[in-house]
Each structure stands twice: as C-alpha cells, then as structure tokens.
Design a binder for this molecule. Structure first.
Ligand SMILES: [Mg+2]
Length: 319
C-alpha cells in the first residue's frame, strides 16, 4: 500500500504445551516474525483486544482460561476493529469440530503435530488477506485520486477533536483550502493536468501537516485540514506554511510547469469559545470567502460569530 519499508509482521502464539510452544516459536522467529508468546487463553484475549494487537494469531484449541474457539468468537464480535487472522492449532481431526471452529470465526486450522512448511504457507495466506483488508479499508476511507482522507473521515476528525476538547480542555482548528482558479487550469490544460495538480497539492498539504493532523478532500478542489491541539494562531501559521508550499514552486505536469495558488479560511474552537463543528466550518468558510475576495493566495482567520451572519455562504462560488 505504501512505499515505506514493511515492518516485521507481529504474530501471537497461544499454546499451553511447552514443547509445542518451543517448536512453534523457533520456526516463527526463524521466519522473521515479531513473536509474542502466551500460555493461556485469558492472556491471549487480553493481547488481541489491545490497541496494538498482532493481526496474526496461532491459537491452541485447548488451553487453560479461555479456549481457542471462544477467543475467535469474542474477537469476531467486534467487526469494527482491524481484522485479526486466526489460525487454530488442534489435535482434533473430526470434521464436526473443525466446522465448529470455522463457525466461531477461525480463519484456518492446522492439526498437531504440524508440518512447518504447511504452517508457513498458511501464514502467507493470512498475510495476503490482511493486506487486502488494509487496502479495502484504505480505499473506503481515502480519496482515490489524491490519497488523502475522504470528506467523511475529515468530518469525523472534527467530531473526535470536539470530544477531546471536552475531555482535555484543548483547542483545535480547521483550515478550508481552495485552489485558486482551478477551473481555468482544467479549461486551459485539460482534466489530466487538473488531476495532477490536485494530487500534488494534496501531497504538499500532507507534507506540511503534523502526523496527528487530518488532511481530507472536502470536494472538488477544496480540502479540509483538521489541526489537533492548536489555537487559531497555530492553525493560521500552518495555513501559511501550506500556502507557501503551494505557491513557491510550480507544479510539474505533462502540460509543462503550472503555477498554482490557493486560498485559506481558518477557524479554531477554544476552551473559552468552544464551537460546534457546524459553526467552525461556517466560520472557516466565511474566512475563505474573504481570502478570495481580497485577491486569493492568502490565509484569513475567523471573525466573531456575531458578524458572520451578514455574509452569504454557499458552495462552488469561489473559483
Ligand atoms: Mg493445549
């Protein structure tokens, strides 16, 4: 999915038999997995329910505490969490038992004593499925063209910051970004060039944002950046960094270098003046409108709520 170097895959082994555990562990370490070992079902479930869980698990069927199939059942009760590929290890060979294992949510099984080549092959299948799951999840939450977050995910990030504000009394900001005269880029150079510009603009935005900020495509040539733990001046400073990142270097496209600028509307929700996401977006939208009216290629902060009602809002009126 990304070009980053892939980290060693984490794997959990839950097995109460010392000999079997030793054999399993030595193979998995040899195959360069990042191995966590437990000897009962209770610990296994605890690890698989943690935020930083391995996503591959080899679970013994019969264990003290909770049995392997019950672990499968409990993990599958939370489909909203990242998928965990679970392989049951069992001495049972009756078809009825194996079918029960699948019914409880196991992905695969291996009978003891196991063949190491078979285990390795089956783990590779698991990794392939996890990679597909990652790719599907990414596609469902990101904009296809620009690879930044989808509009829905960016709006969720505002809700998350709102909740954090109540809990931690923190401030946070939003930036609405609109590429200037984007329609004329499309009209002059064609839509392929327009797509390249959108992708490159998104890349520059992401490059300026901090890891805990959220960059999303709001629609068309408009982007939304949710800035965590930031007051209005910090948010405005980030908007300026993005603005300079966009206007300072021309965009290389198949139609040649294109000079691109963008306008920015900024608003922040502080402890002294907490705003709903609707109010916050409205303020940022008003600020963006002012930035456009003042000549584009600039960032504007918000003004007080009392004065915003006199200006009009609407979409796709900028250009
Ligand atoms: Mg056992």
């Amino acid at each position: 999915m990304t070009n980053e170097e892939k980290l060693r895959e984490k794997i959990l082994i839950a097995e109460d038999d010392a000999v079997s555990l030793h054999v399993l562990k030595s193979f998995l370490v040899k195959w360069d997995y990042d191995v966590t070992v437990v000897t009962n079902g209770t610990q296994a479930l605890q690890i698989l329910e943690s935020d930083d869980t391995p996503r591959l698990a080899v679970l013994d069927w019969m264990m003290p505490g909770i049995e392997g199939i019950q672990i499968c059942q409990k993990i599958r009760a939370h489909p909203e969490k990242p998928y965990i590929y679970m392989l049951l290890l069992t001495a049972r060979t009756h078809k009825k038992d194996l079918l029960q294992g699948f019914a409880f949510g196991a992905d695969d099984y291996l009978t003891k004593p196991f063949d190491s080549r078979e285990l390795r092959a089956r783990l590779h299948v698991g990794e392939r499925i996890l990679n597909l799951e990652d790719e599907l999840r990414f596609r469902a939450t990101h904009d296809n063209l620009t690879r930044v977050c989808s509009r829905g995910v960016a709006l969720d990030a505002i809700s998350r910051e709102e909740a954090r504000q109540v809990r931690d009394k923190s401030s946070f900001g939003v930036i609405l970004v609109d590429l200037d005269h984007f329609k004329s880029i499309n009209d002059t150079y064609g839509h392929m060039c327009g797509d390249t510009v959108l992708k490159e603009a998104a890349r520059r935005m992401t490059g300026c944002a901090r890891p805990y900020d959220t960059v999303g495509r709001y629609g068309g040539e408009e982007f939304l950046i949710v800035v965590a733990s930031a007051d209005e001046s910090i948010t405005l400073a980030l908007a300026e960094r993005v603005r300079i990142a966009i206007c300072s270097q021309p965009f290389a496209t198949d139609s040649g270098d294109v000079h691109v600028t963008a306008s920015f509307g900024v608003a922040a929700s502080s402890i002294v003046r907490p705003l709903s996401s609707k109010e916050l977006l409205q303020l940022a939208d008003e600020a963006l409108y002012r930035a456009k009216r003042k000549g584009r290629d600039q960032s504007e902060g918000s003004i007080s709520l009392e004065t915003v009602s006199i200006t009009k809002t609407g979409s796709q009126r900028f250009g």
